[in-house]
Design a protein around this ligand. Structure first.
Ligand SMILES: [Zn+2]
Ligand SMILES: [Zn+2]
Length: 282
């Protein structure tokens, strides 16, 4: 069965994520390691971490992803923000390792403080070199919608970050967000556009380094450089496009993680069921 999960809350303790995931019908999952809008992540206690692990094994939810906090910016010229970002990243990576979680994903950041993209990309690469990636965890860079000076709008930019670092692809991979790609100008809403986009991803980083797809529809139009997610099939990408995306053979082995809105009428359960209903043979 295809691995599909949602980004769920860890309120009350990280082990609560497992039950929440089961409730929405997910068999994979994503969490924050702590509040996404604070700098200091707090590691779970040893008991809580082992509860998370055993409940996860029991529920057969895999893989899991930790999503980095939104404050992280490795592309900035500002030394203070940069050092805080590296500290936060390392702390969160350590928690990811402690929980035995397969992936840690983050948005690389923005070239702020008067820098151009090239300097920002080099700064990200230097930052990657200072990180210790725990054994068993793969660090994933996520494509972005490319608003303003945000880095990582294109696959070649993401590849540059890894290339200029000493890690190389392998310990570092890619997370592909459908909403971000669409708003960044990748025409995944057409049949031809989806094929071309995956060709470009394959050329730039290699499909074998694509580990997670963030499956989100978009509230904003194609190439708008905006980032706001919509329910699957109900946004600008649309249902026909999602039918092609979820049945695309080249994405067949890549787990889908949903970061769709939670509204009164529709939550993750609806969206996961929607994805499965679009899939042939599920
Ligand atoms: Zn995403
Ligand atoms: Zn987004």
């Amino acid at each position: 069965m295809k691995r599909i999960g949602a980004h769920v809350s860890i309120a009350g303790g990280v082990s609560n994520a497992i039950g929440r995931q089961r409730e929405v019908g997910g068999n994979a999952g994503q969490i924050f390691s702590s509040s996404p809008r604070t700098w200091k992540a707090e590691a779970p206690s040893r008991e809580e971490a082992s509860r998370f692990k055993s409940l996860r094994t029991e529920a057969d939810q895999r893989p899991y992803v930790v999503h980095g906090t939104y404050l992280i910016n490795l592309g900035t010229k500002n030394d203070d923000v940069y050092e805080r970002s590296l500290d936060a990243l390392q702390t969160e990576l350590d928690i990811t390792g402690q929980l035995g979680i397969e992936y840690y994903v983050f948005h690389p950041g923005a070239a702020t403080g008067g820098w151009g993209a090239d300097e920002g990309i080099s700064r990200v690469a230097e930052g990657l070199d200072r990180l210790e990636i725990p054994e068993g965890t793969t660090l994933l860079l996520e494509d972005t919608a490319g608003k303003g000076s945000t880095l990582g709008r294109t696959f070649s930019e993401l590849n540059e970050m890894v290339e200029r670092s000493g890690h190389g692809l392998g310990r570092i991979g890619i997370c592909f967000d459908t909403c971000h790609a669409f708003c960044a100008g990748y025409p995944i809403h057409t049949e031809r556009g989806l094929a071309d986009t995956l060709d470009e991803l394959d050329d730039a980083v290699g499909l074998k380094h694509l580990h997670i797809v963030h499956l989100n529809d978009s509230k904003h139009p194609f190439d708008s450089r905006k980032d706001e997610h919509a329910h699957i099939g109900m946004g600008e990408i649309g249902e026909d496009a999602f039918r092609r995306i979820v049945n695309e053979p080249r994405l067949g082995n890549v787990p889908f993680i949903l970061e769709t809105p939670v509204t009164e009428e529709r939550g993750y359960a609806w969206n996961i069921a929607k994805v499965r209903s679009l899939m042939e043979g599920e």
